[in-house]
Ligand binder design. Structure first.
Ligand code: PHE
Ligand code: NA
Length: 452
């Protein structure tokens, strides 16, 4: 019999789970990563492929991942072992949990560095550094931050401590409380920014860039990046959503909660794109700015808009919060595992994992300045960590989840966990999970390495 409640506690309501899962999903992936990757890959066609990946691959896999978590009720490693045992399958599936824990740890290390940029920009915005800024000045401000390893280290450290403090306090008092106000506030502020960019930016040019697809510009590599972005932004393929699912009560609808989380995440990404590209294009900046895109572009808007000092500060505060609620879900699978298997306290487990990720993060931030000449496959440490996790590890994890739930678990257990009232909805989901998602992931992988 699977446990009906996790030893780590449980969300107090279904809404709490939705908020927490949305908190995990909505983060730097939407506001920092989505615009810059879309910008580097030509916009429209990339965005369309990304949206297709969200719907056809991301949504079905999210349902599968939550379903697994709720059935196993433990960290991803022990959840996989438990469900595999129940279904009479190999213990080898536990490895999938290990890969996920590793991916979460690797992502956290560079995620914290980027969140540190956002922290630093809270203070730049608040102290009026944006006033009178033009495009060139904004690039210089960003460049000066990257060139300063001590400052990057300080912000990275502060962010990692913030994350560890929440996780150490546990599911209900810590994780839940942090997300309740944040997501709605972020949406409101993004709408304000979109309003500004409609009035002052090159809004139609921005729309065309984001939504007019030019497929001739779409490389096999861009398709891989779009798929990786879909996994990254939805927090899929590494057990974050699985471990959150394990704290979900058995009567909540997996399908409805997944739909809500996916919709909220996509809305935030598209709003971010609509806010950023019109401002960027009006300032004559290139969309292919790379990771600095939002940090170079948004200060230009805050420099000019009325109350820009306040809006700018608030925006970066909210971005830090969004990153914070994602970071806690990156570390939770590893922490839950250490608590289960070593009998460690949450405080001890959190401290160990956060310290290791912090160390690796130092390597990532040094790759932006003093170690910038050390590269592998033309990428520095930060870049490499980002590429490896988002584009390879997460889709691979998603592929295995689709195989496990779609092909290895019995249809009866899957159906009894999902309890979809509409028969056709189950058929559709099962088809997407068994065929569409795994085949699409495989084809995109093979194309990216030039095999098909
Ligand atoms: N989804 C988060 C974001 O978009 C990042 C993340 C990835 C969080 C994987 C957890 C797991 O910022
Ligand atoms: Na996201």
């Amino acid at each position: 019999m699977p446990a009906t409640i996790s030893i780590h506690g449980q969300w107090s309501t279904r809404l709490a789970f939705i908020l927490a899962a949305t908190g995990s999903a909505v983060g730097l992936g939407n506001i920092w990563r989505f615009p810059y990757i879309a910008g580097e890959n030509g916009g429209g066609a990339f965005v369309l492929v990304y949206l297709a990946c969200i719907l056809l691959i991301g949504l079905p896999i999210m349902m599968a991942e939550i379903l697994l978590g709720r059935r196993g009720r433990q960290s991803p490693i022990n959840t996989m072992l438990t469900v595999a045992r129940e279904e009479g399958l190999s213990r080898g599936w536990g490895l999938m949990g290990w890969v996920g824990v590793l991916a979460g740890f690797l992502i956290l290390s560079f995620y914290s560095v980027i969140a540190g940029w956002a922290l630093s920009y809270v203070f730049k915005a608040g102290s009026g550094s944006f006033s009178g800024l033009d495009a060139e000045g904004s690039s210089e401000l960003f460049g000066a931050m990257l060139a300063n390893p001590e400052a990057l280290l300080a912000w990275h450290t502060i962010f990692m401590v913030m994350t560890a403090m929440v996780v150490a306090r546990g599911v209900q008092s810590g994780l839940e409380r942090a997300v309740t106000i944040l997501v709605p506030a972020l949406v409101v502020l993004l709408i304000v920014l979109v309003g500004y960019s409609m009035a002052q930016g090159a809004f139609m040019d921005g729309m065309r860039f984001l939504f007019y697809p030019d497929f001739s510009a779409l490389s096999a590599n861009a398709v891989l990046l779009a798929m990786g972005q879909a996994f990254f932004t939805l927090s899929l393929g590494m057990g974050a959503i699985m471990v959150y699912g394990s704290y979900l009560s058995s009567d909540a609808s997996v399908a409805r909660t997944s739909g809500t989380v996916v919709a909220a995440d996509t809305l935030v990404a598209l709003l971010a794109g609509l806010a950023i590209f019109p401002i960027l294009l009006a300032a004559g900046l290139s969309p292919a700015q790379g990771p600095g895109l939002i940090f170079v572009t948004l200060p230009l808007a805050f420099a000019e808009m009325p109350l820009g000092l306040y809006f700018g500060t608030l925006f970066f505060v909210l971005l830090v919060f969004a990153a914070w609620t994602s970071a806690i879900s990156l570390i939770e699978p590893a922490v839950a595992f250490l608590v289960e298997n070593l009998g460690a306290t949450r405080v001890f487990a959190t401290t160990v994992v956060a310290m290791l990720a912090w160390l690796l993060g130092i390597g990532a931030l040094l790759s932006l300045n003093v170690w910038s000449e050390y590269t592998l496959f033309d990428r520095g440490i930060l870049d490499l960590l980002d590429f490896l996790t988002a584009n390879i590890m997460l889709p691979l994890g998603g592929f295995l989840i689709a195989l496990f739930v779609g092909w290895r678990m019995t249809e009866r257990s899957v159906q009894s966990e999902l309890r979809l009232k509409l028969g056709w909805l189950f058929t559709l989901w099962y088809f997407l999970l068994r065929y569409v998602a795994p085949i699409a992931i495989l084809v995109v992988f093979l194309r990216a390495v030039g095999l098909v």
